[in-house]
Design a protein around this ligand. Structure first.
Ligand SMILES: NC(=O)c1ccc[n+]([C@@H]2O[C@H](COP(=O)([O-])OP(=O)(O)OC[C@H]3O[C@@H](n4cnc5c(N)ncnc54)[C@H](OP(=O)(O)O)[C@@H]3O)[C@@H](O)[C@H]2O)c1
Length: 219
């Protein structure tokens, strides 16, 4: 398949690009710093683009089968985070113009306010308050996608990300803000970035999670 990747220079994005190439996909990485992407491959095109501009993205989306996003923005105490919603608005607009109908994007566990009430003490009282500005904007973006009927979107929600090699472990999935055990408590806290990329790529040929937000973790 032909896929356009946003956030391709990031830690998950680089995993996604290299696994996509290994799987035989043709990848266009739309980046702001081309020199940051060190992978070279005949099926990889690296282009400069502005993720907040529909006009900038549109030509790069032409003839693509899907857009995949691993974009990330840092927490902000004062101004709030707007990168997720602003880039998604431009992305959806450019997809419509370029007639691309599929997007697979990532957010996080616990985007919905109060969804972390059963998380560990540390996660509930330290981590979530620290990253609330990021989670809030991710949630706003998810809400926007929930109202989007003309595009086949999938939101992948992973827990804490770790830089460990890809595994062959099975995925546990749940249509919700985290993956619960039988008592409703979260199963585990972390996942390999490479496994997140593996799950995202599996969605190119799987329609089960179209127009859904799915929390994932590996077994
Ligand atoms: N850390 C965790 O434990 C955790 C847990 C769950 C979910 N998440 C979320 O998962 C996602 C991926 O995380 P990650 O750690 O792989 O991300 P990352 O390494 O921080 O990469 C972020 C990517 O977004 C790009 N980006 C940021 N601002 C941009 C801008 N203004 N214009 C163009 N590109 C921009 C970066 O480009 P440059 O390389 O040019 O900077 C980079 O490619 C993030 O949304 C993160 O919040 C993280």
């Amino acid at each position: 398949m032909k896929i356009a990747v946003l956030g391709a220079t990031g830690q998950t994005g680089q995993q996604l690009v290299s696994q996509a190439l290994q799987q035989g996909h043709i990848v266009t990485a739309i980046v702001r710093n081309p020199e940051k992407l060190t992978t070279a491959h005949d099926n990889l095109k690296v282009v400069e683009g502005n993720i907040f501009s529909e006009d900038s993205l549109k030509p790069h989306f032409k003839d693509q089968d899907a857009v995949m996003s691993c974009l990330g923005f840092p927490p902000s105490v004062l101004g709030g985070v707007t990168g997720y919603t602003e880039s998604m608005t431009a992305t959806l607009g450019a997809m419509r113009e370029a007639r691309v109908n599929r997007i697979i994007t990532m957010t996080s566990w616990y985007t919905e306010p109060n969804s972390g009430s059963k998380a560990s003490f540390f996660v509930r009282n330290m981590l979530l308050p620290m990253i609330r500005s990021v989670l809030s904007n991710m949630y706003e973006m998810e809400q926007h996608l929930q109202k989007t009927e003309d595009i086949n979107w999938t939101v992948i929600r992973p827990p804490g990300l770790k830089n460990i090699p890809v595994t062959e472990n099975k995925f546990l999935t749940h249509e919700g803000c985290y993956v619960p055990d039988e008592k409703g408590y979260p199963i585990g806290q972390t996942i390999s970035r490479a496994d997140v990329a593996r799950f995202m790529l599996s969605q190119l040929t799987n329609s089960s999670w179209i127009k859904k937000a799915v929390a994932i973790i590996t077994k």
